[in-house]
Design a protein around this ligand. Structure first.
Ligand SMILES: [Zn+2]
Length: 628
């Protein structure tokens, strides 16, 4: 800064000595004992999953073995806060109560009225802090009635407003500017600090007018900017205005509530990401003390890094990040975006979705503190939410729907970078799709990622609708044989099984042709005439070609009792079909939320119970006839 002398070397040494490096660094990331008197944590300067950032308090040094950065407490502040060397020394001096003297200014101490001696960062923090106090004061004025009403309507009383430092930016053009100029802040400081801007006439005007304001603090608790909400209908600005990018305020890393939440985020290994200032307030008041929100920008990669450094536990990242999203389309889109961007930690990423689209603030107003805590407690893994959201667009009760849904969801699983997690997700997806096992899903994902399998030979791709169950296909063959050979016995029980219950396309076509010809029970002719009637209704060439063989090949009945055999056969056929239906309903249940869709859930559950019951009785009938 112009006109400022160099800080005396002795003072710099004193600042270094009095600033505990583990405390200063510990404000930005979670440090754990690493043996030999060192501490380690996740490096704030590069993205990493296991800690290679080490601090040695006895020597006052830090070093990252991942990216190679390192230094002392001053260089840490320089890097993390993007400050110059002297600004960093000044910041640390302020905290350690060290009075700095400058070499060519006659040794005037800081804190004295001479502004030139004070570093820019400290000045900007001071200006923002003074502005916050001014706004708080204004909240009591008559003009601020709409702001007080806004807070009261959302269940925030006066004490809460004080606690969170809520304030009011008054009308007029330059109330704050004049106030801060009166306190000795320069025009340049007000502009650089994001508190005022130059009007077209060259004079300074306040950045915020007639708005409810929240002070935004950095992780150490310094006020670095504001969020301001529109209150008046004739306010032409957007709903929310924020401090612009300044040397203090970097929106890509700023998190509202971080100074309040950081201790519990580290302690509980959980961070809750909400969307607005009132949501952060509601969460903290409701006991969800790990809530933060990004300010005036989407929650992004750098925000996540800030949280991860606090969540680091022992040797790895184990904490969870819970996003609250509206249940609406926008919220789902946000979740999908998060999924697409945040792959490495997908296993530790959760979503808490309020089915009625309430945000935490509305939820607290309508249903109280416990409802907010419940919302977070009911979180689901992000991957599951994304799969469910995607599957919602398909009719999974049809084969075509399931095939299309697998086509769409397999690429999502293929995106999951943590390979160890994929099998479990594949199993989960198979369950949701109502597939008998995860093989189809695993194969599909493997093909998409181009990975071979070391453990077993690569399987030949096969269509999803055909589960290769030789036993089932054999039963199908026997069933259509019976329908062609002894329609009078196969009769109603054959007709009760729909053609789509057959996994073999040829047998399915034969079953459909039998139905089209009037059904086995309705067969008025037998032998060749019946076969001809069925053939007429069978458009599938390959199936038609087999008709004679099927009509001729002896049934595998044990002994001479065709009636008992055919009845058991049909029961077995129905059982297989029922078991498949059970998988479909189970999949549907897994995709449902028992709380949100209680009625549908109970209906499906009842259906499942009925099907299970039916399967049991069919199994008895089938084994009774098929086992000698
Ligand atoms: Zn590093």
């Amino acid at each position: 800064m112009a006109g400022r002398g160099r800080i005396r070397a002795a003072d710099i040494a004193l600042v270094r000595e009095r600033s505990k490096i583990d405390e200063i660094v510990g404000e930005h990331l979670q440090l754990k004992r690493a043996g030999g008197g060192s501490l380690k944590g996740l490096c704030p300067f590069h993205d990493e999953k296991s800690p290679s950032f080490q601090v040695t308090p006895s020597r006052g040094l830090w070093h990252c073995f991942g990216c190679g950065m390192g230094g002392d407490v001053i260089s840490f502040i320089q890097q993390i806060d993007h400050l110059s060397f002297s600004e960093s020394v000044e910041l640390l001096a302020g905290r350690a109560n060290v009075e700095l003297k400058y070499e060519d200014d006659g040794g005037r101490p800081t804190g004295a009225p001479d502004r030139a001696n004070v570093g820019q960062r400290a000045r900007l923090v001071a200006a923002n802090t003074a502005a916050a106090a001014f706004f708080v004061e204004q909240l009591g004025t008559p003009d601020a009635a709409p702001a007080r009403q806004f807070l009261a309507e959302r269940g925030f009383d006066r004490q809460v407003a004080v606690d969170f430092g809520c304030g009011f930016a008054p009308g007029g053009w330059d109330a704050l500017t004049r106030h801060l100029r009166g306190l000795g802040f320069t025009q340049a400081e007000l502009v650089t600090g994001g508190l005022a801007k130059e009007s077209s006439r060259g004079s300074l005007i306040d950045r915020f007018h007639r708005r409810l304001v929240w002070p935004i603090r950095d992780i150490t608790g310094d006020v670095i900017g504001f969020g301001a909400r529109k209150l008046m209908d004739d306010d032409p600005g957007p709903k929310y205005l924020n401090t612009p990018e300044t040397p203090l305020y970097k929106k890509s890393t700023v998190l509202y509530g971080i100074e309040r939440a950081k201790r519990d985020i580290a302690k509980r290994h959980q961070a809750v990401v909400v969307e607005g200032y009132t949501d952060v307030m509601a969460c903290h008041l409701a006991g969800v003390t790990t809530a933060v929100a990004s300010c005036g920008t989407a929650f992004g990669g750098e925000h996540i890094s800030v949280l991860r450094r606090l969540l680091m536990d022992q040797d790895e990242f184990r904490g969870e990040v819970v996003y609250t999203f509206d249940g609406d389309a926008a919220g789902q889109a946000a979740a999908m975006k998060t999924f697409a961007e945040d792959q490495r930690f997908v296993g530790q990423t959760f979503v808490a979705v309020e089915p009625n689209g309430h945000d935490p603030c509305e939820l607290r107003q309508e249903h109280g503190d416990a409802a907010v805590r419940d919302l977070v407690a009911r979180r689901t893994p992000l991957i599951e939410f994304v799969l469910k959201t995607t599957l919602a667009g398909y009719d999974l009760d049809t084969v075509e729907g399931r095939v299309a849904a697998l086509e769409k969801t397999a690429p999502l699983l293929a995106q999951v970078k943590d390979h160890a997690l994929r099998p479990a997700y594949a199993r989960r997806l198979a369950g949701m799709l109502g597939l008998p096992d995860e093989t189809e899903v695993v194969d599909r994902v493997r093909r998409l990622t181009g990975e071979g399998s070391g453990e077993r030979p690569r399987q030949r791709p096969r269509p999803v609708q055909r589960t290769p169950d030789d036993a089932a296909v054999a039963v199908e063959r026997e069933a259509v044989k019976a329908a062609l050979q002894v329609p009078e016995i196969a009769g109603p029980s054959f007709d009760a099984v729909p053609a789509e219950a057959y996994t073999d396309p040829d047998y399915a076509a034969v079953a459909a042709a039998v139905a089209a010809a009037g059904g086995a029970a309705g067969a008025t002719v037998t032998g060749a005439a019946w076969l001809e009637a069925v053939a007429e209704h069978c458009p599938l060439e390959s199936a038609r070609a087999q008709l004679t063989a099927l009509a001729v090949e002896p049934l595998r009945s044990v002994g001479e009792n065709d009636v008992a055999y055919v009845n058991a056969l049909m029961a077995r056929m129905q059982e297989i079909y029922t078991v498949r239906q059970i998988a479909v309903v189970k999949g549907r249940l897994q995709r449902m939320n028992p709380v949100e869709a209680a009625d549908d859930y109970m209906k499906a559950f009842k259906q499942l119970m009925d099907l299970e019951q039916l399967a049991i009785s069919l199994r008895k009938r089938a084994t009774g006839g098929l086992t000698p």
